[in-house]
Design a protein around this ligand. Structure first.
Ligand code: NAD
Length: 260
């Protein structure tokens, strides 16, 4: 397999960390970016030598430019971007303050735009690939997470729009839309509930597969979309959701055959 250089945001933990581990195991060069410098260093220390670490927020345009520049200086090019940095905040339209709205948009939507913008010249040069980690909340909505839902819907627009803009230059842009994934983000969200144990069960049961995902199960799809195996895919956001958005309720309970 050809060695590629991949920029991974949100790489310190959760889905981003799983993407980093998978690509390191496959022998690729990694540029890891995260706002949590301590956790990022600890993750990087487990991933071998072909790793560049860049600490900064995706909401800061200069931080993404620094990460790309550091990677280019070390590896001489860039072939892929896996963007996973994100935050989860709660509130409906009345109790979401403008400050909270702006924070979520800055990280979850503008951050995706900024890191892609910083990486694009190098990705055009390599005819590379991008995968944005969105959410099934970019396709449907949970109650009380308005800013998050709006930002994730926006990410699907980024995928579609950039895919059309870049197709003629050979850069592919896709997204993944995970259901619930066992990461610090999900565990923190569950801990907010007055009855976390009951919510754990609700979260697992709402997926037709009967459980939440492991981060590695999302990373596998991201790696596929970044790879040449997905060479005819662009503009698509793939659900990796254990069937959540495929379910329609209201079916009658099955009766024994011949039963009345
Ligand atoms: N966990 C889930 O159930 C789930 C479901 C659907 C979508 N997602 C999405 O997947 C992505 C990764 O989520 P996760 O569950 O791994 O989250 P996580 O909180 O476990 O990890 C996110 C990582 O992003 C980093 N980060 C946060 N803000 C940043 C910023 N401004 N700049 C740089 N790095 C920043 C954090 O430090 C952390 O290392 C997010 O975009 C999230 O919205 C998660």
């Amino acid at each position: 397999m050809t060695t590629k250089t991949i920029l991974i945001t949100g790489a310190a933990m959760g889905i981003g960390r799983a993407v980093a581990e998978l690509h390191a195991a496959r022998g690729h060069n990694l540029i890891l970016m995260d706002v949590d410098g301590g956790a990022l260093q600890r993750t990087a220390a487990t991933l071998g030598d072909n790793v560049v670490v860049s600490v900064g927020s995706v909401a800061d345009p200069e931080a993404s430019e620094r990460a790309v520049a550091a990677g280019l200086a070390r590896f001489g090019g860039l072939d892929g971007l896996s963007h996973n940095a994100g935050i989860q905040r709660y509130g409906d339209v009345v109790d979401t303050s403008l400050a909270l709205w702006n924070e979520v948009m800055a990280v979850n939507l503008t951050g995706a735009f900024l890191v892609t913008k910083a990486a694009m010249p190098a990705l055009r040069a390599s005819r590379g690939a991008i995968v944005l980690t969105a959410s099934i909340q970019g396709m449907a909505a949970q109650k009380g997470a308005l800013a998050y839902v709006a930002a994730k819907h926006g990410m699907l627009g980024l995928v579609a729009g950039m895919a059309m803009d870049e197709a003629e230059r050979g850069v592919r842009i896709n997204g993944v839309a995970p259901g619930s994934v066992d990461t610090p983000m999900l565990r923190d969200a569950i801990a907010l509930d007055p009855d976390p144990a009951a919510l754990e069960k609700v979260v697992d049961d709402m997926h037709p597969l009967g459980r939440r995902a492991r981060p590695e199960e999302i990373a596998a799809v991201i790696a596929f979309l970044l790879s040449d195996e997905a060479s005819f895919m662009t503009g698509e956001t793939v659900r990796v959701d254990g069937g959540v958005l495929s379910r329609i309720g209201g079916a009658p309970k099955a009766k024994p055959e011949g039963g009345a």
